[in-house]
Design a protein around this ligand. Structure first.
Ligand code: DCP
Ligand code: MG
Length: 351
């Protein structure tokens, strides 16, 4: 039986900003782009969440919902530094760590000798180390696998600790709403509800074949998750498949020329991100355009290097797919199989 801990910082970027400016601790605070520049909210503190503010909401809407909201521009370097300190704390307890983003990681402590091998004590200790050394609260989930550990860390947020022992797994999943399953978004949830699958207990009534017929490959995972089974290992090195950057324009772009003009700036920030990689062998380049009706399209072509004219012709093709102006342009590279994640996923830029 494995012992997995999932640690997730509470309202991470916002918590860092409030920590560094304690005068804000009783105010609704968000981190994100400016409302007047079509920015979006990266995250916000729990006071702001009570007003309906959340990640990925446009800052303009956030301001409407919460007029007193203080929106701070992101300081990604600061969050990266904090993240490094947190990662070092994890390493005191195990080397089997899989970071998912700056503020979140899985730890496999099955063979840890700390605290007589009690994963619950280790999780408590990690939370306490983070609080005393970084001044921030984290939530942790302890369970026999990744699927359950992640659900558990979210269970009593903020500053939560939830343990699911092997004996509790069956009862826990039986009543678990299907929308708690990782990978079940709004669309899949609706589909499941229409089939009368509301809890994992309901889902246990379906055969694997039936679920695969209805949900494709994901059906296989659904079948196992519904029984609390997840054999995925905590992978300390994960392959990163692509690196990309994108920008949302203040005003929609109506012509190809206008889009081309954005290219040098985007290539530059893409290059900056690629600087962190150990190898630079690409499989392909791609572009993404989001149109004024919010639909998106992508175009991709094989290429081993960043070539301006490949991006240009991809933009040409993508933009030509609709008679509409563009509100967002993104470019990226798909990496060859050998590229290994350094430590963290890259975050979206803010413009
Ligand atoms: N983030 C972002 N854009 C998003 C979602 C998240 O930039 N659409 C950033 C800001 C968050 C950080 O990633 O602080 C971590 O994401 P989480 O989903 O863990 O959210 P928080 O830590 O902010 O809040 P919670 O307490 O719910 O974990
Ligand atoms: Mg978090």
């Amino acid at each position: 039986m494995r012992k997995i801990i999932h640690v997730d910082m509470d309202c991470f970027y916002a918590a860092v900003e409030v920590r560094d400016n304690p005068g804000l601790s009783k105010q609704p605070v968000a981190v994100g782009g400016r409302a007047e520049r079509r920015g979006v909210i990266a995250t916000c503190n729990y006071i702001a969440r009570e007003f309906g503010v959340h990640s990925a909401l446009s800052s303009a809407v956030a301001k409407k919902r919460c007029p007193d909201l203080i929106i701070i521009p992101p300081n990604l370097n600061k969050y990266r530094d904090v993240s490094r300190v947190i990662q070092n704390i994890f390493h005191r307890y195990t080397d089997v760590i899989e970071p998912l983003s700056l503020d979140e990681a899985y730890l496999d402590v099955s063979s840890s000798e700390h605290h007589s091998g009690s994963a619950t004590w280790i999780a408590q200790q990690i939370k306490s180390d983070i609080f005393h050394e970084v001044g921030l609260t984290a939530s942790a989930g302890v369970a026999p696998n990744k699927f359950l550990a992640k659900i558990a860390s979210d269970w009593n947020k903020p500053d939560g600790l939830k343990v699911i022992t092997p004996e509790q797994v069956d009862d826990f999943v039986f009543q678990l709403p299907v929308e708690k399953i990782h990978g079940v978004g709004k669309v899949t949830a609706r589909k499941l509800h229409n089939l009368n699958f509301r809890s994992c207990g309901d889902l246990q009534g379906a055969t694997e074949t039936e679920l695969i017929e209805r949900f494709g490959k994901f059906g296989k995972s659904l079948f196992r998750y519904a029984r609390g089974i997840d054999e995925r290992q905590v992978a300390s090195h994960r392959e990163r498949k692509s690196v990309s950057v994108e920008t949302t324009f203040r005003d929609d772009k109506h012509s190809l020329e206008e889009l081309y003009r954005e290219l040098p700036g985007l290539i530059e920030s893409l290059e900056r991100r690629l600087n962190n990689l150990s190898s630079r062998s690409f499989k392909s380049l791609f572009v993404k355009i989001k149109f004024s009706d919010f639909t998106s399209t992508t175009k991709e072509r094989r290429a081993e290097f960043i070539l301006d004219d490949v991006f240009q012709s991809l933009i040409d093709e993508a933009f030509g797919r609709k008679e509409q102006s563009a509100r967002l342009l993104g470019i990226g590279v798909r990496l060859s199989e050998t590229e290994i994640v350094e430590h963290f996923q890259l975050e979206l830029p803010f413009h």
